[in-house]
Design a protein around this ligand. Structure first.
Ligand code: CP
Length: 370
């Protein structure tokens, strides 16, 4: 905590995304940090770390990242410029709308600087340069790299040569760990009690996943991160046309977590029982994409539980109809908007700048009074 820096007492409007102008679910962040201060010591564990897989996080790290993100969503952070002097490279060797821009927005709002590679073909890759050699250069030009690549082995290819943290922003059919953080940030704002040990009378959630964890990286990372919250989860149901949608790696984590799960190819038999529905449209198969089976489509006439919420990492195709956008089932816009703040929290922690933040408890209380 930097006591030498004043708390922003000004009443300027804090940065919040524009209102959704609809019934879409947009949970208030304060529920996550009121009477529950952020534990900076837990977040200090992330300093200098590569962020490669959802499996690397502890429950406490995810809960504290989400609490810090909730404060950052409520306060004006720009006067403190916690990433002053830091340079982040966003190296995207595959298209992105949300991930690259939300990371870059996060860095800018924290007072850092960005070098942006929006298209890998503008790098030496177009001339046959190896990722290892590109990584060696990144050490000299930046303090952290956020990389997305079509190849699942891309992090392995670059890591040997890197001496600054690497954040995996999606590697082929591998993982998308910061998307999973954004997913759970949305869920913890929706139900802040999930960020604490489960109380005896608290109902457990039935989690539904429309997709293929074995080949959809966002789905895989969401499922793997969900295992940290297993005490709050009654069951995971995966709805997929594949008999084995998991793959060996995911199965071993499911088995180790000892969580109840089932697979079905019939969306109708289970949809009305789900509290949270996570869906995605695209499986990454090397250089090509495979869309979700046409049977698996939700719209405002789908027989959802009244309080059920839908998460989708986006981009969507036909599986998530726009008729759901203005309904309370829509948590996916909140999920996408919150990505800026969870990525801010992650960057401040991995770049070792937690001590440049204001007094979070005081700042959060002030913001909540506004
Ligand atoms: N959620 C997500 O990864 O979106 P983009 O592909 O637009 O980055």
């Amino acid at each position: 905590m930097n006591d030498s820096q004043p708390i922003a007492e000004n009443k300027q409007t804090p940065f919040l995304s524009p209102p959704l102008d609809s019934e879409a679910t947009r949970p208030e962040p304060s529920g996550l940090f009121n009477n529950n201060p952020v534990n900076l010591a837990v977040l200090g564990e992330l300093a200098g770390q590569n962020i490669l897989s959802a499996t690397q996080f502890t429950f406490d790290q995810v809960a504290e990242l989400c609490k810090l993100a909730a404060v950052l969503e409520k306060i004006e952070i720009w006067p403190y410029h916690p990433l002053d002097g830091k340079i982040v490279v966003t190296a995207f060797f595959e298209p992105s709308t949300r991930t690259r821009i939300s990371f870059e927005s996060a860095v800018h709002r924290l007072g850092g600087k960005v070098i942006s590679i929006a298209d890998g073909t503008t790098t030496g890759q177009a001339k046959g340069e190896s990722l290892g050699d590109i990584g060696e250069m990144f050490n000299a030009y930046a303090d952290l790299v956020v990389m997305r690549h079509t190849e699942t082995t891309a992090p392995e290819q670059i890591l040997d040569n890197m001496r600054i943290p690497l954040v995996n922003a999606g590697n082929g059919s591998g993982e998308h760990p910061t998307q999973a953080l954004a997913d759970w940030f949305a869920l913890l704002k929706w139900k802040p009690e999930l960020a604490a040990p489960k109380l005896p009378d608290e109902p457990k959630l039935h989690l539904g996943i429309l997709g293929t964890p074995g080949s959809m990286r966002a789905v895989k990372s969401f499922l793997l991160l969900s295992l940290l919250f297993k005490d709050h989860i009654a069951k995971v149901t995966v709805i997929s046309e594949m008999a084995d949608p998991f793959g060996e790696d995911v199965i071993s984590h499911l088995t180790e977590a000892d969580i109840a799960y089932e697979v079905t190819n019939d969306i109708q038999e289970t949809i009305a029982d789900l509290d949270v529905i996570y869906m995605n449209s695209i499986a990454f198969l090397g250089d090509s994409y495979k869309s979700l089976d046409a049977r698996y489509k939700l719209d405002s006439n789908s027989p959802l539980k009244p309080n059920a919420v839908i998460l989708h990492p986006l981009a969507r195709l036909n599986e998530l109809d726009t008729s759901l956008d203005k309904t309370p089932h829509n948590l996916y816009f909140s999920q996408a908007h919150g990505a800026v703040f969870i990525r801010q929290a992650l960057l401040v922690a991995t770049l070792g700048r937690l001590d440049s933040l204001p007094d979070l408890e005081h700042a959060g209380k002030l913001a909540d009074q506004d």
